[in-house]
Ligand binder design. Sequence first.
Ligand code: CU
Length: 122
Amino acid sequence: MKKIQNIVKALFVAVLALVSLTQCGTSKTKKIKAQITFGVGGNCEMCKERIENALDIKGVYQAIYDLNNKKIFIVYNAAQFKEIQLHNIIASTGHDTEQVKADNLVYNNLPGCCKYRSDDDF
Ligand SMILES: [Cu+2]
């Protein structure tokens, strides 16, 4: 009788270990779905494509740039990105955001039709 109890006990421990192992695996890809909207400088369809392509990355589920009101809507994994990182990704393509100004060198390399800054920005 004692032997059976020990076997049951061992089985129980093994199952527990397995469960905690799989939980550990899933916690690595934890998802905290969040959404955010903020202003981004842009002019044309090329800008829209550039901005949205920059966010075509793992951990970003949706990125839609609205050319009319110059705002981007992003659905992302908040366990993977901080807000400021999203700003930085966009700014790195030459597009100013509400929080991060794009590097002038990158901005100057944008095609003429994409120059969205007004002269008094400088
Ligand atoms: Cu453009």
